[in-house]
Ligand binder design. Structure first.
Ligand code: ADP
Length: 256
């Protein structure tokens, strides 16, 4: 029995047999992953191994070619044959992505960036969302930046806006794609601390990261991805300190 087959009490996310090709390039072989409610899964692995593609498939930004994704026991999407638009929209609604390069709208203010998804896409009342957005921005120390534009902010501040923008969507699952790898070293700590706070508050997350120390501290599970497959998956201390698989050992060794 692989670790991913072990029963996870109250699973929020179940991924089974996820496959993705880009042309003739098979990028995801057959990915199985499970994330319990309030759990944090860290995806680690070499560049080009398929980690970002997994996140993008979870969020419906890429259309997988096969397999299933279940979220919250309410949304269950199969990809072969392709899902309907309605199923894909339901999947997208469940999660929110924080991108490596922040991906803020450059011509919108901080507040407008945060409001865009909840007001325009989710069609929630603007007054209610604005109050919530301001409270979230204050919480991350950006209460005085609501009217600023992204170019007026540091990378760390922009990424905190990126995180607030994701939270404002009220997703069940937060997806982080190397959230600190574009930041200057002195700005990394603030963003990691914020993500850690969210984990402690019980947000369910999948995080692609090269920050192994952070993964060890914050993740409840680590999956090592290589060549489009999950090579090893389990307790962070076990996977990062005493990996069972030779490929995991070699990867970790290279990072030391
Ligand atoms: P990682 O996040 O582990 O660095 P990615 O998921 O970004 O890996 O990429 C996995 C593989 O898929 C790489 O070979 C990459 O070149 C390829 N790939 C990713 N996105 C695309 C795309 N939009 N079109 C074609 N190939 C892609």
């Amino acid at each position: 029995m692989s670790p991913t087959d072990q029963p996870v009490p109250d699973a929020l996310l179940r991924v089974r047999g996820l496959r993705k090709n880009f042309g003739t390039n098979r990028v995801l072989e057959s990915i199985d992953l499970t994330v319990g409610r309030g759990q944090v899964l860290a995806l680690i692995g070499p560049s080009g191994s398929g980690k970002t593609t997994i996140l993008r498939c979870l969020n419906g930004l890429e259309l997988a070619d096969g397999g299933t994704i279940d979220v919250g026991g309410e949304v269950s999407v199969s990809f072969d044959p392709p899902p309907t638009k309605k199923q894909l929209t339901a999947l997208r609604d469940r999660s929110a992505m924080v991108f490596q390069h922040y991906n803020l709208f450059p011509h919108k203010t901080v507040l407008e960036n945060v409001l865009e998804g909840p007001v325009v896409v989710q069609r929630r009342p603007k007054a209610e969302v604005t109050a919530e957005a301001i409270a979230l921005l204050e919480r991350v120390g950006l209460g005085d930046k609501t009217d600023s534009y992204p170019f007026e902010l540091s990378g760390g501040q922009q990424q905190r806006v990126g995180i607030v923008r994701a939270l404002a969507l009220r997703p069940q699952l937060l997806l982080f794609d190397e959230p600190t790898s574009s930041l200057d070293p002195e700005l990394v700590g603030d963003v990691l601390r914020l993500i850690k706070e969210l984990a402690v508050e019980g947000w369910s997350m999948v995080i692609v990261t090269h920050e192994l120390e952070f993964a060890r501290e914050v993740a409840t599970e680590v999956a090592f991805v290589d060549g489009g497959t999950v090579v090893e998956h389990g307790d962070p201390k076990q996977v990062l300190r005493e990996p069972k698989e030779e490929r995991t050992r070699q990867f970790l060794h290279r990072l030391l």
